[in-house]
Write a new protein. Sequence first.
Length: 404
Amino acid sequence: MSEREIQAAIDEIADALHTGASLDDLTGRLVAYSAQHGRADDARVRALLNREVPEDIREWESRHGTGTAVEPLIVRANRDLKMEARICVPLIHRGVRTGLLYVIDPLVEEHPDRVAATVDIIRVQVDLLAAVLYEMASPHLDERHQREVEFFAACQGEPAALASVAAWAGLRSTLSLRLAVSIFTTGSDVTEVSETQAAQVRLASQQTVSRYPSVIAGAVQDTHSVVLLRPDNEANAALHLHQRLASASGAGRPGDNRRERLYTGVAENLRSADELPEAYRRAVIAAQTAAVEPESGTIASWETIGPYRLIATRMRTDGTVSDLLESLIGADTTGDLVGTLEVFYDKGDNVQAVADTLHLHRTSLYYRINKIRDILGVDPLNGATRLELHLALKARRWNRRPRI
């Protein structure tokens, strides 16, 4: 599609809405505007004269979320900038943000329902412009999309995809690669992520993965991403990628009160495309472990998740794993005893470390252990009983993992 046809689409939008409309790319460059249709405020005139959005106007628009928006939103009026209220419509094609359409509407602040009505009227033109800007952005986008699809299919074990990825990714046995899976969740289950959040995470992940130099191949789904990392680019590539993804997706950090979280699992020593399905399975398990096990932090590797390797691959955890643990849970009305026992096991009987973690006096800690002993009728710190209870506590955590 030519620039003349883009202009025609913008003019159709302006005609249909009887107001001014303009199209910006993601760098702030003005792509097209409705020169002969509707109104244009002083802020938009400045952009027209410069052929790009002035910095103060971009900053105001960004305050309203235009930098990461995946759904239409309202940009409020600003008298100082001589800027009327407007509707911002993100243009998205194949999960990639390609530009921003702005429609001036002085009434939208008082009547926010006008947003949905406006988008319904111009939906055809919006979809068309999104696809056009996608095609104009880079001749390699289609190839990148196809490779993403093939890579994820290879992680699922499809033979044709495995062969194709091996060819274009240049995988050879002399390399030792890392596969990282990052899961975004707002609770114990990724199904709690709303459609809007999923779209925002996908877009943030797409932009991060596509620009990260250590990535050989990547695939971004609505609630998780999977990437194949070079072995020789940087020692902490998985950690750095996790940090970038967390920042771009707006995930909370340990200690804050945000529910959104990003967890990453890593599988290492991958040497051929045939190992992709197993590496993907292991990286998913490691990411799920990070989501339920505080001891692991927000990023975990398959090699370091200990009992969860056994629990995830060898145990059925959908029923009662341990009668002993069930009896303790039944008698523990506050949950303090169960929590104390797990921390005690995790800290290797280091009484001071347990007391510090739980903010308890050592005397209170000994009291709880004795109370657990009385409830169970056996010593929870003794051999086989300890092993059973510790494994059952981890299996209980595993049942809370986010499913993907």
